[in-house]
Design a protein around this ligand. Structure first.
Ligand SMILES: [Zn+2]
Length: 279
């Protein structure tokens, strides 16, 4: 497929590092004469000028580092070249991109604001209700006991949301590591954790758009199936680019990752349920 190749060639190219100009500057802070983007003596930016109205807004955005281009560039690239972008970030090109933890906080705040704006109540834990629905509908009498046990675990998780998010993320990261352990490109658990944070930021961006467009949470819109498929396609693309694998191998990796996830979750749920029963 020609267009896939063309896209890949385009996506591999890292976007612009700032170019050095020959222009001479005198530092407004310490008076040093120099060429470049920053004062070598005190580190002040060459572009600092008298404060104007524009700077007021810029300074306001700078509180969260949102004033600079990296934020918009990073969001755009999470959708256009996600895996290559994340690989760039992880392998040392950090100044080019908005850092993942800040990103997820900013994006989550925007998500909650969108919910408030559109009058959509945001409830705690996406995915959990879905899980309960499936279990509830197909449960026999013996299954119901198991379901009660699972409910106890879920209730505990809902009360300990932050822990649950980190727990879920950790399972995902470990599963990814196991599924791609034979790939030539190696990422450590910590690096995968950072990658995952970017991926959740992208998820919240999609969920925010969903609230703004459909006036409903992602799992409650009529387009849920389509959106889930898009999220899956993005995940697949991200893994392919992150591990530098073709479409087929990365898809198989995705399947292995999912199986590892199911295995880890099943084993730890059973363990947990027993602990909850005993205590
Ligand atoms: Zn200086």
């Amino acid at each position: 497929m020609k267009w896939v190749k063309r896209y890949d060639q385009w996506a591999r190219v890292r976007q612009i590092h700032p170019v050095l100009s020959d222009e001479a500057h005198t530092c407004t802070n310490c008076g040093t004469d120099y060429h470049g983007r920053f004062c070598p003596q005190c580190g002040l930016k060459a572009s600092i000028a008298r404060l104007r109205f524009k700077n007021l807004f810029q300074n306001f955005l700078d509180i969260w580092g949102m004033g600079s281009r990296p934020m918009f560039r990073t969001i755009a690239q999470l959708f256009t070249r996600p895996g290559y972008m994340i690989a760039d970030y992880l392998s040392g090109h950090q100044p080019l991109y908005f850092p993942p933890f800040k990103m997820v906080v900013v994006v989550t705040v925007i998500y909650v604001l969108a919910g408030w704006l559109r009058g959509v109540p945001i409830d705690g834990f996406l995915g959990m209700d879905f899980f309960q629905d499936i279990m509830g509908n197909s449960a026999s009498e013996r299954g119901k006991v198991l379901l009660d046990m699972i409910n106890a675990v879920v209730a505990w998780f809902n009360d300990h949301l932050a822990f649950a998010v980190i727990f879920g993320q950790t399972i995902n990261v470990v599963a990814t590591r196991l599924a791609f352990r034979k790939a030539k490109v190696k990422w450590t658990l910590v690096e995968l954790f950072f990658a995952d944070i970017y991926i959740s930021a992208r998820y919240y961006i999609i969920a925010t758009l969903c609230i703004l467009i459909f006036k409903a949470e992602l799992d409650e819109t009529p387009a849920f199936g389509l959106l889930s498929f898009i999220i899956f396609l993005y995940y697949w693309l991200t893994l392919a680019q992150l591990y530098n694998l073709g479409p087929w191998k990365s898809l198989m990796g995705y399947v292995r990752k999912t199986l590892w996830q199911v295995l880890i979750i099943t084993v730890s749920t059973i363990l947990f349920a027993f602990i909850v029963m005993i205590v």
